[in-house]
Ligand binder design. Structure first.
Ligand code: HEM
Length: 405
């Protein structure tokens, strides 16, 4: 397995946000607290219901009355175009297609295979740190967090080393659909998806001609009773894996480091007890999740707390709010790496539970442990000047400047 670390500048948001929105994206948890006074809230601006509490989010993730696509006969009630762009990716499919394609993908992500990646990830992180050690400074997101999951998922998918930087740039453009949703202009994301898919078609053609030992070749080869994946299914799912496989983990690593530097006693405790890191990662996921919201569509009328969610209406599960619900967590706004009840909703739940959860946790565990234990006097120099892209779905800072002795 080749592990070629790449460096990519993170997408920077050039939009000038109103002060209220800037404050919200810097810290949505205060607003969530207010939102949770009602468990089901109608958002008139976007035309969907927000579900705010842990128990309800948890239950709906397993409730078959809520799905990804509108029920038969309902065609025009989807306010978020993202669903169309990823229509054959498992993230946006319902049974039976979801079950069929997921079962072909799931084998590649079993816990044993993921655990076997540890030494590869350890040595990749060590190499990145060594590449920067004598600079005494780096930008956390672009120089450190990004190359870790980007290299690992590119290796897994068999993306040629010389094409990775371009793939990563396109992936970041696509991720910005969340910002475009606010700006009501999503041409950039559409354009990036078209370019991305041209690359993927060529990749799939090359792997069909000469299969290699990677996930893309395995998905081309995979067959079940329903046959092989169609060309569109292949492309949408390789694209999904590439994007889901790194943007979320990059942000989790950054959010975890920020959480620790905002809580110096927890940072000191973890430095002295690095064996606590796996539990700490569960707490990082809960404390500041890189995925904040998940959409679903009601398949029939559903009564909740005296409100009627009508068949075909969209609901948005507020994961970040659920993770800070004081009906489920003691001192939810406090980072506590010794917390015993985690079970955060950050990887979702039910049939769509994150396929890469184990991989993401291992990557974050190794990345954060090495970063905080191997660079003496590590500090953040722009803690009071952090900015966050105006993306309601994904959460992570634009740039975090690090220095060490
Ligand atoms: C911190 C990192 C990550 C977070 C927070 C995260 C979060 C999530 C969430 C919340 C879902 C459920 C979506 C829904 O129910 O609508 C999901 C699904 C998914 N994730 Fe992740 N993810 C992460 C990392 C990864 C990685 C590393 C991979 C792959 C290498 C990955 C691949 C997927 C896939 C393929 C799905 C779709 C599963 C399905 O619909 O059946 N994720 N992820």
């Amino acid at each position: 397995m080749s592990t070629e670390a790449e460096t990519n500048a993170p997408a920077s948001s050039e939009q000038t946000l109103p002060e209220g929105a800037r404050r919200y994206f810097a810290n949505p948890y205060t607003a969530y607290q207010q939102l949770r006074t009602k468990p089901v809230v109608w958002d008139a601006e976007f035309g969907f219901w927000r579900i705010t509490r842990y128990e309800d989010v948890d239950a709906i993730l397993r409730d078959k009355r809520f799905a990804k696509n509108p029920p038969p006969g309902v065609t025009d009630l989807r306010p978020i175009k993202q669903v169309d762009r990823f229509s054959k990716g498992i993230l946006n499919l319902d049974p039976p297609d979801h079950t069929r394609i997921r079962s072909l993908m799931v084998k590649a992500f079993n816990a044993k295979r993921m655990e076997a990646m540890r030494p590869v990830i350890e040595s990749l992180v060590a190499r990145i740190i060594e590449a920067h050690r004598s600079d005494h400074a780096m930008e956390l997101k672009a120089d450190f967090a990004h190359p870790i999951p980007a290299t690992i998922i590119s290796d897994m998918l068999g993306i040629p080393v010389d094409q990775r930087a371009r793939f990563s740039r396109l992936s970041q453009d696509i991720i910005r659909f969340g910002n475009d949703l606010l700006a009501a202009d999503d041409n950039a994301a559409d354009h990036a998806i078209r370019e991305f898919d041209e690359f993927l078609s060529a990749l799939v053609r090359a792997k069909r001609d000469s299969p290699t030992d990677d996930l893309t070749s395995a998905l081309i080869e995979a067959r079940d009773d329903g046959g092989a994946l169609s060309e569109q299914e292949l492309i949408h799912n390789v694209r999904l894996l590439f994007i889901a496989g790194h943007e979320t983990t990059v942000n989790l690593i950054c959010n975890a480091v920020l959480a620790l530097f905002g809580n110096p006693e927890q940072l000191a405790y973890l430095r002295n007890n690095p064996g606590k890191m796996p539990m700490a990662v569960e707490e990082f996921l809960r404390f500041d999740s890189s995925v904040q919201q998940l959409p679903r569509v009601a398949q029939e009328d559903v009564e909740m707390y005296g409100e009627t969610i009508e068949a075909g209406q969209m609901i948005v599960l507020m994961l970040g709010s659920a993770n800070h619900d004081d009906l489920s967590y003691v001192n939810p706004d406090q980072l506590d790496v010794d917390r015993t009840f985690h079970r955060s909703k950050s990887f979702g739940g039910g049939a769509h539970f994150c396929l890469g959860a184990q991989l993401a946790k291992i990557e974050t565990e190794i990345a954060v442990r090495k970063l905080i234990t191997e660079l003496p006097g590590l500090r953040i120099t722009n803690l009071d000047r952090l900015s966050y892209p105006p993306n309601p779905f994904f959460r992570g800072p634009e740039a975090v400047q690090l220095e060490w002795d």
